[in-house]
Write a new protein. Structure first.
Length: 127
């Protein structure tokens, strides 16, 4: 084999190896983060009312993605979960960012600053 052909083959093999490595790393493989599961709505607390009658749920895939089932729609979400229990969720359709905790199967999240009078607190339980 000529040196030029050998270099081309070697370069192609290197590119394929990098491609396969990137696809494996980005495929969501690896160990789940501990947040995976289906979380059903329990309640929402506002400044003066509490609601318990919604049919909402979060489905977390254990790898930073999932779905939010809300008012008959399914929204794709992205989330970051820390082993300390802190969680941040972003609804990719509405852009709403939720932050809170996921501890012992209870997902407590806020749709804004928890110290604000205009924020809603939500609680979901893992099924």
């Amino acid at each position: 084999m000529k040196k030029t052909n050998f270099k081309i083959v070697a370069l192609m093999l290197a590119m394929i190896t990098v491609f396969v490595f990137c696809m494996t790393a980005c495929s969501g493989g690896g160990e789940p983060d501990g947040a995976q599961g289906e979380y059903l709505f329990e309640w929402e607390k506002l400044a003066v009312i509490t609601r318990t009658d919604y049919d909402y749920k979060f489905i977390l895939d254990g790898h930073g993605g999932g779905e939010y089932h809300h008012k008959g729609s399914v929204h794709k979400i992205k989330y970051e979960y820390q082993t300390s229990g802190d969680i941040n969720i972003k609804d990719t359709i509405t852009g709403i960012k939720y932050n809170g905790t996921l501890i012992n199967g209870e997902l407590h999240i806020y749709d804004g600053d928890p110290n604000s009078d205009m924020v809603s607190e939500f609680m979901y339980k893992k099924q």
